[in-house]
Write a protein that binds this ligand. Structure first.
Ligand code: 5GP
Ligand code: MN
Length: 335
């Protein structure tokens, strides 16, 4: 478990461990619209460092989403302060590109002398002074588990639970092909360390607000499937967001419903954002159709089987461009 991910440009666990041990003040940041792996990664490493006696701030451009307030220690997640923090080290977690940390969060971390970038997105351009990018890891939380163990940092209860939430939410509950024996061995170790699996799963998966199910109904009314049955997509309009008083996290994971249709190889979710931009979320069932490649055509990124884009609207134009690119890729993929 203590091997460093094998990439010539990666820092080793030993190098990162040295940075963590030899500095006193840290700011940990994750991406805008944070998910379970983003917040989970901040809490996992944050509480390990706190238990080691460090000064730690955990900031996120969008703050803590409502669906993750059950996570022990999550009250430590703050909105970026207006003035830059006096910290030695900034650590970007689970964030594929530096701008995805958000302008206010970047400003808050601007006095840091050293940047660490720890992530599992293959498209990550290695924007840190030290980088640890392991695209074979199903979640950043799993990389942090390995790092914490390898560096001999404490693993308090908040860290234990956060690692589990990070990995569970990024693997569709230990289902996606990125889930390996290492992932299950890690989960077993967390249970040995006192993790209450039943309770935490219930808090993650049996605890949705009613408006999320209403959103599901609205989305189903927009569902379209291609004539060959390979592509399914649906969309969320601004008006629906207003009518149902939706929060950004309410749509998290719903794309898995259409990804699960038999025969569908590619699922796409189009969403009008408050700022007028369009968010596109894509899931593939096959490595022959690499959605990260499609996303990168439009300035987005992610993983081979799960990727996203944020692009200019209006929805109809964005949809036409992305569906066109998808159809080209499907033709070329020879499924
Ligand atoms: P989701 O569809 O769950 O929002 O994102 C799927 C994956 O794609 C995540 O790993 C996420 O980090 C990445 N991703 C989503 N949206 C964007 C984006 O606008 N830009 C980049 N670079 N990556 C994205
Ligand atoms: Mn992740």
């Amino acid at each position: 478990m203590s091997d460093s991910p094998n990439h010539p440009e990666n820092a080793t666990f030993a190098q990162l461990g040295e940075v963590l041990h030899n500095h006193q003040s840290f700011v940990l940041i994750s991406h805008v619209r944070p998910d379970g792996d983003a917040i989970g990664s901040q809490l996992a490493l944050g509480f390990a460092l706190l238990a080691a006696g460090k000064n730690v701030r955990l900031i996120n451009e969008d703050g803590l989403p409502d669906n993750l307030t059950f996570m022990p220690g999550s009250e430590k997640i703050e909105l970026p302060p207006a003035e830059p923090l006096e910290v030695e080290v900034a650590i970007a977690l689970d964030t594929a590109t530096k701008p995805r940390l958000g302008d206010r969060a970047l400003h808050a971390a601007s006095r840091a002398k050293l940047w660490l970038n720890i992530d599992h997105h293959i498209s990550n351009p290695r924007y840190g002074d030290l980088n640890l990018i392991d695209s074979t890891s199903p979640a950043t939380g799993q990389i942090l588990y390995q790092l914490i163990i390898a560096a001999g940092l404490p693993l308090p209860a908040e860290t234990r639970d956060a690692i589990y939430v990070a990995v569970s939410t990024d693997t569709g509950s230990f289902q996606y092909p990125s889930t390996t024996a290492k992932t299950y061995e890690m989960a077993a170790d967390l249970i040995h360390r006192g993790l209450d699996v039943g309770t935490i799963n219930s808090l993650i998966y049996d605890n949705y607000p009613f408006r999320r199910v209403e959103l599901m109904r609205e989305l189903l009314n927009t569902l379209q499937i291609s004539a060959d049955g390979l592509l399914a997509h649906w969309e969320l309009r601004d008006q629906t967001r207003i009518d149902l008083a939706l929060l950004p996290e309410d749509s998290e994971g719903l794309i898995d419903i259409i990804r699960a249709i038999r025969g569908v190889q590619l699922a796409v979710f189009f969403e009008e954002l408050i700022d007028g931009k369009i968010r596109i979320s894509m899931r593939s069932k096959t490595r022959k159709l690499d959605v990260c490649q499609i996303a990168m055509e439009f300035g987005g990124g992610g993983h081979a089987l799960a990727a996203g884009i944020r692009m200019a609207g209006p929805l109809e134009d964005a949809k036409a461009q992305v569906l066109d690119a998808i159809h080209r890729r499907i033709q070329a993929a020879d499924l």
